[in-house]
Design a protein around this ligand. Sequence first.
Ligand code: SF4
Ligand code: SF3
Length: 555
Amino acid sequence: MSMFCFQCQETAKGKGCAVRGVCGKTDEVANLQDLLIYILKGISVYAGEAKEFGIQNERIGSFITKSLFSTITNVSFVPEDFEARIREAFEVREDIKKQLFEAYKAEKGRDYNKELPDECTWYSDDTSDFRVKGASTGILSIEDEDIRSLKELLTYGLKGIAAYVEHVYVLGEKNDEIFAFLTEALAATVDPDKTVDELIALVMRCGEVAVQAMALLDKANTGHYGHPEITEVNIGVRKNPGILISGHDLRDLEELLEQTRGTGIDVYTHGEMLPANSYPFFKKYDHFVGNYGNAWWQQKEEFEKFNGPILMTTNCLVPPEESYKARVYTTGLVAFPGCIHIEDRKPGEQKDFSVIIEHARRCKAPEELENGTISGGFAHEAVMGVADKIVEAVKKGKISRFVVMAGCDGRHKEREYYTKLARELPEDAVILTAGCAKYRYNKLDLGDIDGIPRVLDAGQCNDSYSLVVIARKLAEVFGADDINELPISYDIAWYEQKAVAVLLALLYLGAKGIRLGPTLPAFISPNVLKVLVEKFDIKPIGTVEEDLKAIMAGE
Ligand code: SF4
Ligand code: SF3
C-alpha cells in the first residue's frame, strides 16, 4: 500500500511521506485519514445545501471537529479508530442527506435530483475497501499544484481550528459560527469551480476564524481557571510516585488533580501542559509539583526516566518504546495501539483516571532531570499588569525590540537556530513566546530588563493569541495605528497543523514580515508562496547572523 502526507514540517525529505510517516503513522492510518476527510467533505456539501432550507444538524459540528482533530500529526495511530469514525461519518452523512432530501421535496414538490460529487455518495460496508479508496482520494488526487496547495493549506488551518474548538467544547461552550465555517470551507475544497483567488480569500477567512477560536478558548480557559499569573515553575522532582500529564487539555488536568488529591501521588506537567502551572485554579493543589522535561520530541528519553504513568491528552504522542509503553495512557482523541485508553466522561461525570492512579502507586518516584525554576504566566492580563514598566523601558531605550518566537518545537537539528538566535539577541531585546517552541530557549539564563524577564512565555500554542492582544495594547499605548509600527518582529517555528492555524491568525491580524522555519511547508507551491510574500512579506529563516542583523534593523 502507498500513502502521501506532507502536512507537517518533518515530512520525509521536505517533500512528503510516501511509505510510512516520519511521525510513525502507517500507510494504513494515512489512507484511512484521507478517506475520513473525504467523507467529511461530502457531509459538508450536504450541510451547505441543507442550510439554505434552514436545516441545522446539531451532530455535524462536533463530529467534524473531533474528526479533523483526530487527523492532526501525532494524535491517533489506531486504524480501528479511523474505521469506526468513517462508519460514523456514513451515518452522519446519511442523516443530513435525508433531512435535505425531505426538505427539498417539501418545498419544490419534486425529488432532489442534482448531481452530487463522489464525496457525497461513495459508500462501502467492507473496511478493506476503506483503505483502497483512501489511497485514491488523498492529496495527490488534485492535479493543479496551486489549487492543491491552497486546499491543503485551508484544510490544515481547519484542523488547527478544530483542535482549539474541541478544547472550548470540552469546557462546555461552543460556537455555531465556527462550526458553520468548518463545513463551508470543507465543502469549498470539493467545488471544482473555486478559483485561486476565491481559495485565497477562504484561507484568509480561516485566519479570521482561527482568531475567533483562540479568543474563545482564551475566554473558556480563563473563565474556568482564572487569568495566568506570573509564576516561577518548579522543574525539579519530589520523592513521591508521580503521574505525568502532557498535551493541551486543561479539563483532563483538572480532573486528574481532583482524583489524585490526598493519594500521596504527585502530578507533573510535560510539554504543552507546562503553562497550566500559571493558572490560579491549579495552584491550590499541593501535589501539583511543576513541570518535568521538555518538548514533545524528547519524550522517549524523558518518559523512560519519569518512572510513573504518563497521560497524553492531545498531541504530540511519539510512538512509545516497549520499555515504557505500558506506562503510557491516552485519552480524548489520542490513541496508540496497545496503550490503555481512558474513556470520555459521561454527561455530568468526570473521566475515570483510577487505573492510572493505581498504576502510579506501584511506581518509583521520577528521576531528576534538572532542578530550579522557569518563569511563566505572561499571558495578556499579566503582561498588561506590568505594562507601565514595559512602556517606560521602551521609552528609555532599555527595550529596543520585541521578537515573537512562538510555535512548535521539533526534532530537526536546524532548530538549534532558535536557541542560538535567542542567546545572541542583544540584551535590550525581549522574546515573546508561546507553544512548545519555547523549550529551545526558556531555560537559558537571559536575564531581565528592570525586572521584566527577557523571555515572556504567554502559554500554549493557542496563547499566541495573547501575544497579539499584547501587541495591540502596546500599539494603543504608544499611539501606533497598527502593530507593525511597533518595534516587533516575528520569527515563528512550526511543526503541526495548529501552528498553521496560528500562522493564518497572525496574518489575519496584520503581522507583516514573519520569518517562518525551520523550513517552509512542503504543501506551499511556488505560486502560493509568491502571494504570501507579496501580501505579507513572509520569508524563510536564514542564518542566525543574517537574521539577527535584519531583526534588530526592523527588517
Ligand atoms: Fe509525514 Fe508529518 Fe504526515 Fe506524519 S504527519 S506522515 S511525518 S507529513
Ligand atoms: Fe507542540 Fe506538538 Fe505544536 Fe501546541 S505539542 S505546539 S508541536
